[in-house]
Design a protein around this ligand. Structure first.
Ligand code: 8YV
Length: 316
């Protein structure tokens, strides 16, 4: 039987690429010099797209591929994929939920602790010989007794909350609507929650509905002793407002794993002593990335075997 043709939008980990290569005829979108012409040249043969939460799939791409049957994405966030376009075309979209929850939630907790204890600054302090020359480092802040406001209590937000329970903090949360059976205090108003919180953790999905959900007003409410942690999407936070808030001391600290224009990070955030900056590594462990890759492959295989998909996002 002839292998189905699959368009890979951006580079995936080598083992996943190999597994895809074994099962499909691969076309590598990122190698097309002229994207439009390249796409047109393979348009008739392509039956599947393999992409990521970062590279996504545009409306133009989805409609250009006349014989497209499935989009399988590496990542839980699907904000870069034009889901309405896929649904219009009757194309199922799959993602990789659950398998990355633990590591992404760990990243949030790790950043929250690191920010509160100036972990990275402390490491720099030792390496720069300051312990010897200047003596002990300035004191840092305990998380115990503080309030953590989580924006988005989905799989990842709920796991962050559950993990934070052991640190003696009060967890509160904001989302589009209250959820039955959740004991953490719910805030309808994110500004109000930020005013009551010491740490604001962004764990909601990206996309239009959460665009700049953390804006200048929210940062002002968080206040000079407050810390912002973002493991979700750069689009959820008004990055210019964060730069301004950090410079003016409107907020105290920021731990950011995601940015508005990745991999570009504003120089003002890089220059600040009160930021902890990670290159979007929330899910980036060998174990989790392998599980994510397996799910990308599994969904494609299920589709081409005519079976129900494991993790379909859009209802058709
Ligand atoms: C990945 C992510 O880094 O799951 C997501 O939505 O952002 C991350 O796990 C990304 O999908 C890989 O590009």
């Amino acid at each position: 039987m002839r292998k189905p043709a699959v368009l890979v939008v951006g580079q995936l980990p080598p083992k996943i690429m190999q597994a895809l290569e074994d099962a499909y005829v691969l076309h590598r979108y990122w190698t097309f010099e002229d994207k439009k012409k390249g796409l047109a040249a393979v348009a008739d043969s392509i039956r599947g797209i393999a992409t990521t939460g970062h590279y996504g799939a545009s409306r133009e791409m989805i409609f250009a591929l006349r014989n497209l049957e499935i989009i399988s994405s590496f990542g839980v966030g699907t904000d870069a994929i034009d889901i309405p376009a896929a649904t219009e075309r009757g194309v199922p979209v799959t993602n990789t939920p659950d398998v990355l929850t633990d590591d992404v939630a760990n990243t949030a907790v790790m950043m929250l602790l690191a920010v509160s204890r100036d972990l990275v600054q402390a490491d720099r302090y030792v390496r720069a010989g300051k312990w010897v020359s200047d003596g002990n480092m300035p004191l840092t802040r305990a998380v115990r007794g503080k309030t953590v406001g989580i924006i988005g209590l989905g799989r990842i937000g709920a796991d962050i909350a559950r993990k934070l329970d052991v640190f003696g903090v009060t967890v509160v949360w904001h989302g589009p609507r209250p959820k039955p059976g959740v004991s953490y205090r719910y805030y309808e108003d994110v500004v109000q929650m930020a005013a009551d919180a010491d740490y604001l953790v962004v764990a909601c999905p990206g996309g239009e509905s959460t665009h700049h959900i953390v804006n200048a007003d929210v940062l002002k409410a968080l206040g000079p002793e407050g810390s912002l942690i973002n493991i979700s999407r750069g689009s959820c936070v008004d990055e210019d407002a964060v730069v301004a808030a950090m410079a003016a001391g409107t907020i105290g600290w920021a731990g950011l794993d995601v940015f508005a224009n990745e991999p570009q990070v504003p120089a003002a955030l890089i220059d600040s002593e009160r930021t902890l900056l990670l290159p979007h590594v929330g899910s980036a462990t060998e174990e989790t990335r392998a599980a994510m890759g397996n799910l990308v492959i599994e969904n494609l295989a299920l589709h081409f075997a005519g079976k129900p998909l494991a993790t379909q996002v859009n209802a058709l």
